[in-house]
Structure formats: C-alpha cells, structure tokens
Design a protein around this ligand. Structure first.
Ligand code: FE2
Length: 202
C-alpha cells in the first residue's frame, strides 16, 4: 500500500538530487550527500508504486523511476525475485544502492594480475542501508537477493542514464568480458508532476 504522499516523497528526492548534481562537482562529496538523500528515501517503505515493484519469474527487473533531463543521474528500482542475482558487472558511472525491502548480498570483485575479476568482500545489505559504487573502488560487483523465498527491492541512483550506458558483464570463471546495455523493464515512469490536488482551493 503506497502512502498518499508517496509521489511527493519521490518528487522531493528528485528535486533534492537535481540540486545536488547541479551544485556539487566533487564525486566523493556528491556520493556522501547523495547517500544521505537516498538513505532518507529508503528509510520508509511506503512510497514505491506496485507497478515498479513487480518481480519477473526468470530474472531481476530494472524499472526507471526518473531520469534527469541532462542524464546527469537516473533513479531505478531493482526488483529481485527469490534467489535471483546479477552476473558480475561494472557500471562506468558512480552509483548508490539503497535497500528498500527484503535484503541483498553485494559481493565486490577486484581484478587479479591477469586482469580477471576475483571475488573480494561480501556485504549483507538490509532495509535502509546504502552502498556506494565508484570507479576508484574498482567498479565491479555482483548483487543477489539475500532471500530464496521472498522478493527484495532496492533503489539505485547512477551518475548517468544507466539503462543506456555501454558497459560489461564478466564471466565469473574465465573473466571474459561481454558488452551489454541494460535498458529498462518499463515504458512509462511515475507521474511526479500532477500537482493539481495540492493546489486545489480548500
Ligand atoms: Fe551493479
């Protein structure tokens, strides 16, 4: 059940994040402040419309919630069916991952001397947690639903229109790189701009 103010909450985040990417050019500071904004957004699980929280039986879903018109950032809901996970992949832009519902296991990968990705640290992420991704940290990870019997949902922000970024997945065994562009599962986004109700005469 979404809260009556859910669209307002989402719009408020979009407005605040738009200001942030306009005012802040230092990536480290942007990630810090952006993580605070995303942490506040995922602190309450009452705003994401059901249409953007629908799992797919075979693979995880990636729904666009908002893309900055200058493609400086995008906001996406990831929906993980039971046991679903990504391949090892990179992003080539900065990223923030906030868990809204359920839980995730994030495993970071580092390149060995042969250039092959090897699993490094794993972290369990719980509702309200926010993880950061940047080029400086190697930009390689794999994300999995922490649960085998329930759906998990996370909200991601990326430093570009992530569905259109040319990036890559990596074979976990051989390290072979495979180019991919993820796209989005949805063809329409939440309407953040129908403000007629709040402006109606009392
Ligand atoms: Fe990722």
């Amino acid at each position: 059940m979404t809260h009556p103010d859910s669209v307002e909450r989402l719009r408020g985040f979009v407005v605040d994040f738009s200001r942030l990417v306009t005012d802040e050019t230092r990536t480290a500071v942007l990630l810090q402040r952006g993580a605070d904004l995303l942490g506040a957004l995922v602190a309450k699980d009452d705003w994401l419309p059901d249409a953007y929280a629908m799992p797919h039986p075979q693979h995880y879903q990636q729904y666009l919630l908002h893309c900055d018109p200058l493609e400086r950032f995008s906001l996406v809901s990831f929906v993980w069916g039971p046991g679903q996970r990504t391949p090892v992949h990179d992003h080539r832009v900065w990223g923030l991952v906030g868990v809204l519902r359920g839980g995730e296991i994030e495993t970071r990968y580092i390149r060995n001397t042969a250039g092959r990705p090897e699993a490094d640290a794993s972290e369990a992420l719980h509702p309200g947690d926010v993880a950061r991704l940047s080029q400086e940290d190697g930009d390689l990870h794999r994300v999995a639903n922490a649960f085998q019997d329930r759906v998990s949902v996370s909200i991601h922000v990326y430093g570009g229109n992530i569905g259109a970024v040319r990036r890559a997945t990596y074979d976990a065994e051989t390290g072979a790189e495979k180019p991919f562009i993820s796209g989005y599962a949805n063809s329409s986004v939440p309407n953040l701009w129908n403000r007629s109700l709040e402006r109606a005469p009392a």
